[in-house]
Design a protein around this ligand. Structure first.
Ligand code: NAP
Length: 489
């Protein structure tokens, strides 16, 4: 990665102070970095609430984008997400604008921070895919009463995040990577991460690789978190379990993160802007400080990073703790805590060590949009989604009549994924959103459904029914590229 070097030989970092408690946390981290003497210079830019108030709907102004494109490295405070329709989260926008596909969230047990897991040796990293999945934010109202969010997972996205997880494990000298998915239910999307993981794992024989269903992963994390080392997972799973893992070590005040891309990296706390504490000098800045430590390692400043991590451990061990850990009485203010860390730079704890880090080798995956080329492909049918206020049997009879004389026949209708026509005797509380599956008739077995026949059918359906979208039913290399409804043969 090409960092921007200033005329005085320093590495330039874009700083976004953020909203709520953001500016206090970021200032604390900047003061500590400056005290180490690391060759870092700052370019302050803005995003989030103040920018939305100026009427910039993305929450990210052009000069912030330009600064990041130049420096390639960002230290960021939390940004408030606007509540309501339309405006997108500026956090998600920043992550997606710069393709920071990997979200790395380490947690480790810390001295002086008592939790019910103290002494168990929690020290793990969640590697969360950061730009795909339900967070691609592609949502549509299908009917006035039914909403849809597309869960998009790509083979390329899976390869990048899986390789990043294994490379991180190597760089940090970790022993295992667990892949946590819901592939048992979402076989194509979540299953793609599992299959990619299984295909790539043999390239890392020095690292133990295993798969775990995400709900059991949550259960095991609460039961015995020390069994985990690195966990790689999809975007939403990772969002949820990384908040869980932060609670294992004392809460959001201690959970750092890095958003890693091949061009840009953004370092920020897992926590949000906690507006009720803004400007009160009471919050815990450790999460942003440890995010800044990750940033220093990313910039190759390993010595300064280790010095800060040691100083944080020494400070916590000495009992200088913020309000979130010890309550109001005896709490150090944000600034007093920061001063204590600065005073402890150069000291080392006798009881707590810091890992030996090597630079992460970022995965090099082709930037060509096509990641998979099948040897054969064809379309075997089409799902037509219809808004219908009535019962499934009358819709079914109507669609069967519509398909008569065409190469397609109605195979079944499902409602929210459960087959309701022909009836299998299920007791389903239906809504006005029906997936009507048409497949090529037996006499066309082995054929490829052409667009003319598909559009002719759609036109016939449209003459009598309100449809809202269609999905082709593809087959790649003889394998169905779609799943069956519950109850479908
Ligand atoms: P939050 O800001 O993380 O705060 C939730 C609670 O966590 C706080 O009330 C506080 O707990 C505790 N907490 C968080 N950070 C702390 C710190 N540094 N020191 C001490 N305690 C801390 O979550 P939220 O209230 O759900 O979200 C507030 C806003 O932040 C929302 O607009 C949200 O969208 C946004 N957000 C931004 C990011 C980001 O920028 N990456 C991430 C998450 C949320 P107690 O109340 O128990 O003291």
């Amino acid at each position: 990665m090409n960092f921007h070097i200033t005329p005085s030989g320093k590495k330039l970092v874009t700083v976004i102070p953020g909203d709520g408690i953001g500016p206090e946390c970021v200032e604390s981290a900047m003061r500590i970095i400056e005290a180490t003497g690391a060759p870092i210079d700052w370019e302050v830019r803005h995003a989030g609430a103040s920018v939305f108030k100026q009427g910039i709907a993305s929450g990210v102004p052009q000069d912030t984008i330009e600064s990041i494109a130049k420096t390639r490295v960002v230290l960021k405070g939390p940004l408030e997400t606007p509540v309501g329709y339309g405006e997108k989260s500026a956090n998600v926008t920043l992550r997606k604008l710069f393709e920071t596909y990997g979200n790395i969230r380490p947690v480790r047990e810390l001295p002086g921070v008592k939790t019910r897991y103290s002494g168990s040796g929690v020290d793990l990293v969640v590697v969360r895919e950061n730009v795909e999945d339900l967070y691609a934010g592609i949502e549509h109202m299908q009917t006035p009463g039914v909403a849809q969010c597309l869960k998009l997972i790509s083979a390329k996205g899976c390869e990048k995040i899986v390789r990043l997880a294994f490379e991180l494990a190597r760089a940090e000298g970790r022993r295992s990577v667990a892949c946590a998915t819901k592939s048992n239910i979402m076989k194509l999307t979540e299953g793609m991460l599992k299959r990619t993981f299984e295909a790539i794992a043999p390239e890392y024989p020095d690292i133990q690789a295993w798969h775990i269903i995400i709900d059991n992963c949550a259960h095991q994390l609460v039961k015995n978190p020390a069994q985990f080392d690195v966990i790689v997972t999809t975007n939403m799973n990772g969002d949820i379990i990384s908040d869980l893992t932060s609670a294992l070590i004392g809460g959001l005040g201690f959970a750092p993160s890095a958003n890693i891309g091949n061009e840009v990296a953004i370092f920020e706390a897992v926590h949000g802007s906690a507006p009720k504490y803004a400007g009160k000098n009471v919050i815990n800045p450790t999460a942003v400080i440890l995010s800044a430590v990750m940033m220093l390692r990313h910039l190759g400043e390993f010595e300064a990073a280790a010095a800060i991590e040691h100083a944080v451990l020494v400070t916590l061990e000495s009992g200088v703790l913020t309000r979130d850990v010890v309550g109001d009485a005896n709490a150090a203010s944000t600034t007093a805590y920061t001063d204590a860390i600065i005073a402890n730079l150069g000291k080392r704890s006798a009881n707590w060590t810091v890992r030996d880090y090597k630079p992460i080798r970022l995965p090099q995956v082709s930037d060509h949009p096509v990641a998979v080329v099948p040897k054969s492909r064809r379309v075997v049918g089409v799902d037509v989604f219809v808004e219908w206020p009535g019962d499934p049997a009358s819709l079914g009879r109507s669609l069967e009549a519509i398909a008569e004389g065409t190469p397609l026949r109605l195979k079944m209708i499902s409602n929210r994924g459960t087959k309701v026509y022909p009836s299998v005797g299920a007791i389903t509380d239906c809504v006005d959103h029906w997936r009507c599956r048409f497949v090529l008739r037996d006499e066309h077995n082995g054929a490829d459904l052409n667009d003319a026949d598909l559009l002719a059918l759609l036109q016939r359906v449209a003459a009598q029914h309100r449809w809202m979208h269609v999905e082709k039913l593809p087959e790649f290399d003889g394998q169905p590229g779609y799943t069956k409804a519950q109850g479908e043969d």
